[in-house]
Unconditional design. Structure first.
Ligand SMILES: [Zn+2]
Length: 72
């Protein structure tokens, strides 16, 4: 029996809005998950914080598939 290695999804999720929230706290830009508020990255540079928010995904709301679990 074979099973698909990659679950196919209808269309590619490409939201216009960035998948993170950006806040300026005490002069430091903090990129966090807009849903649960999990911090994705922070920097004194707004662009750097945005890049951190774009590169990282919330491990709680959007778990990555980098580490396969339970696959023997
Ligand atoms: Zn989240």
């Amino acid at each position: 029996m074979q099973h698909r290695s990659y679950p196919t999804r209808p269309g590619t999720p490409a939201p216009a809005v960035p998948p993170f929230a950006l806040h300026l706290l005490h002069g430091v830009w903090v990129a966090s998950c807009p849903d649960c508020g999990h911090e994705l990255g922070r920097s004194r540079d707004q662009e750097a914080a945005e890049r951190a928010g774009e590169r990282r995904r919330c491990p709680i709301c959007q778990p990555t598939h980098q580490h396969a679990q339970g696959v023997a």
